[in-house]
Design a protein around this ligand. Structure first.
Ligand code: C2E
Ligand code: MG
Ligand code: MG
Ligand code: MG
Length: 288
């Protein structure tokens, strides 16, 4: 009986796996045509200085509007694109699009782009980055690439060399989702990061959890000791902002200030008319 149950469970997983594989193949097929059909777009999320309330930069986030299925989340299609190599073309498109957009802004607000480990490790990554910067005439100092710790697992020596070349272009490097990967502390010493993005899982309810509070304080202390500004991701509530401000966090990103949106939503900032977001409420509370 136990044996039969076991087989049943096994079959269940087999069927589930079959579905996952089929789903992945379908996605992969559709992804192959998505770029040419113009199905990708970028949304932008402001990064805000906690003290002044000013927007200092935007993170570009890719969106895929599937012709029949509508919006598909990056967490669903990026891993598929990484597996089949399409991430290289998609990533190039994202970088070019984001840099061209930022080059047209009336101020020197920065642009952050997520770079997949597959992109970073692909031959010619730095050369393509340089080409995009030349093509779009964006000042390299206004570009920041965000990489996660998974990018740092493989081939340490080559990764350090690649990141050094990126820095030599003048481009900044941020460690994304800090605290969720492997050997965070060793990575901070081995690589020349310019800032740390603290993962949103630690920010969530930081005012209500002693554990989260301790971790966030520790990361901010680390940042200050290493002279690396810390950006808190995923700030949704006033109480979280209050905590971060009290603990002298440099910058925040999150729904409390703004969800990611089409760049037109932020015209007040990108046109140079305003240094803070159109809705002054959270900012007023900041400086009050
Ligand atoms: P990430 O780089 O850590 O981006 C932050 C994610 O958190 C974004 O999700 C953003 O919309 C979301 N977020 C921002 N503020 C809040 C908040 O207050 N609350 C909550 N609950 N969420 C918030 P998104 O756009 O779905 O992207 C998910 C992940 O997909 C990104 O995480 C990044 O790893 C990846 N991704 C997105 N765009 C790109 C891209 O162009 N290239 C690559 N390689 N990866 C990308
Ligand atoms: Mg990111
Ligand atoms: Mg992140
Ligand atoms: Mg993430």
């Amino acid at each position: 009986r136990a044996k039969r149950d076991g087989r049943g469970v096994y079959r269940f997983f087999e069927v589930q796996m079959g579905v996952a594989v089929r789903e992945k193949r379908l996605l992969e097929n559709d992804l192959r045509n998505a770029l040419a059909r113009g199905e990708f777009s970028l949304v932008y999320q402001p990064q805000v200085n906690v003290q002044s309330g000013e927007v200092t930069g935007f993170e570009a986030l890719v969106r895929w509007t599937h012709p029949t299925r509508g919006q598909i989340a990056p967490s669903t299609f990026i891993p598929v694109a990484e597996e089949c190599g399409l991430i290289l073309n998609i990533g190039d498109w994202v970088t070019r699009q984001a840099c061209a957009e930022a080059a047209g802004w009336a101020n020197t607000v920065t642009i952050a782009v997520n770079v997949s480990p597959v992109q970073l490790h692909a031959p010619g990554f730095v050369a393509r980055l340089r080409a995009v910067l030349q093509e779009t005439r964006l000042d390299p100092r206004r570009l920041e690439i965000e990489i996660t710790e998974t990018a740092l697992i493989r081939d340490l020596t080559r990764t350090i060399a690649t990141l050094d070349e990126v820095k030599a272009l003048g481009v900044r490097i941020a460690m994304d989702d800090f605290g969720t990967g492997y050997s965070s502390l060793a990575n901070l010493r081995a690589f020349a990061f310019d800032r740390i993005k603290m993962d949103q899982s630690f920010i969530r309810s930081v005012d209500r959890s002693d554990q989260s509070a301790a971790i966030v304080r520790a990361v901010l202390g680390l940042g200050s000791g290493l002279k690396l500004p810390v950006v808190a991701e995923g700030v949704e509530r006033e109480e979280e902002l209050e905590f971060l401000r009290h603990e002298a966090c440099a910058e925040i990103q999150g729904y409390l200030f703004s969800r990611p949106g089409p760049i037109g939503d932020f015209a007040a900032v990108t046109s140079g008319r305003s240094r803070s977001l159109a809705d002054p409420l959270p900012v007023m509370r900041l400086v009050a």
